[in-house]
Design a protein around this ligand. Sequence first.
Ligand SMILES: Cc1cc2nc3c(=O)[nH]c(=O)nc-3n(C[C@H](O)[C@H](O)[C@H](O)COP(=O)(O)OP(=O)(O)OC[C@H]3O[C@@H](n4cnc5c(N)ncnc54)[C@H](O)[C@@H]3O)c2cc1C
Length: 434
Amino acid sequence: MSKVAVIGGGLSGLAVAFWVAEAGLEVSVLEATSGFGGSARTARLEAVSLELGEESFDDTPNTLLNLSTQLGLDPQPLPGHQRVVRKSGQDWVLPQGLNLFSGFGLHQLAEMPFRRHVKWRLRTERFAASASVNDELLGAFFLRRLGPEIWEVLEPYLSAMLGGPAEEVSASTAFSRLLQLERQGGLLAGSRQLSTDGRLHLITGMGGLIEALSTRLLQKARLLPYHEAWAVTRDSRGWQVHVRGGKIEAEAIIMALPAPQAARVFRPSAPQMTTLLNHFSHQHSAKVYQLYRHRELASGPGEYFFARGEGYACTSLRVAHPGEEMALARVQFAGEIARSTDSELSRLAQLDVSKRMHTRVRPLAAWVFRQPSSRPHFTQGQSRRVADLERELVHAPGLFLTGSYLAGPGLANLVEHSHRISQSALDFLALATI
Ligand SMILES: Cc1cc2nc3c(=O)[nH]c(=O)nc-3n(C[C@H](O)[C@H](O)[C@H](O)COP(=O)(O)OP(=O)(O)OC[C@H]3O[C@@H](n4cnc5c(N)ncnc54)[C@H](O)[C@@H]3O)c2cc1C
């Protein structure tokens, strides 16, 4: 019997297994597919690297930064590039390095070509009224602090970052650091104190981190690809994870899956967990990468975010130049449209690139990565959902859950949560053996 079985071999599952193995306990990682990494993977195609999930992470909380360093990787500040919001037929260039999770660059909004009364409002932001409700929506938060003109420009950028409509997101769940700045004397004043945008990336891509984690785990843990868990049960001896052709026994289970996938595993034995997990909303996402001749996409590097009503199907388009001859477009889709067929997504991406470049362009090659229900959507009521889940877990000693839907947005939060869960599992096992 393993001490711990981790279900899911994405970044959270591998990270959790890493800390359990470092503590000297026997751990098995069950992964449904042939490869590890989940959404955090990097596809390498000759000269170009394609990131399937998130491309960078914050330096706060610093657990992911420290883990990367411990594994011999060298996270670097994310190189700056121009970011432009297309809204009301106009291009709005965002402040360099603007990071709405940390608040970096917010004070530079005053340098954007807003009208005089908007700039005045920014200058007096520290006097804005306090929230009148506990779990305020992100739109209401920005309207209250910065006013409608700024919210309208930030909204397409935030929606693309969050993978779903920003106006439906809970400010306290997804932007707790901004709320902290608000309490400490205002967003703009707080923003002036920040010396870096705090965004990091790995030269190897996120795939480098997965490779380093897997390599380290191969020496200390059992990595089991093609092991899809379809149910978990418990008896007096411990937990069983049911997989095709048998079961894996363990004293503790850590479920490191997005909520919709975890909900499926609980359905046969714990339908009440399935119901609670289904309350965590997730959005579909898709990324289309298209390779063009350099001269066709000469502008850039840059990233564009499109407001609804501007005639774009995608939420964002990024142009990079991985070589002198080549240009790479990364086109992101969110919501129902992300479930379209590969050929339809490619066609829509080509149309959007052509529209943005004001000329008809033709890609030399295209790759489509569709990820259904992959992005947690942090709507209001998050603390109630988490509390309901925690109450249910009291009846399942030795069962632990981690994932972005519990951690909040971004990989730094995810890995920090996975670290906390690994410590809870270690504490449980230490107590269980006394
Ligand atoms: C394009 C894209 C951009 C994203 N951007 C953001 C962002 O900006 N902010 C954010 O918070 N999140 C974002 N996400 C969500 C992102 O998925 C998470 O932040 C993070 O990568 C999740 O890691 P994970 O290990 O928890 O889950 P995953 O990466 O989904 O890994 C889960 C693993 O479990 C495996 N698995 C599934 N079911 C089973 C089973 N029954 N048995 C065994 N194994 C199973 C899967 O094959 C997978 O390998 C993004 C996702 C995508 C696709």
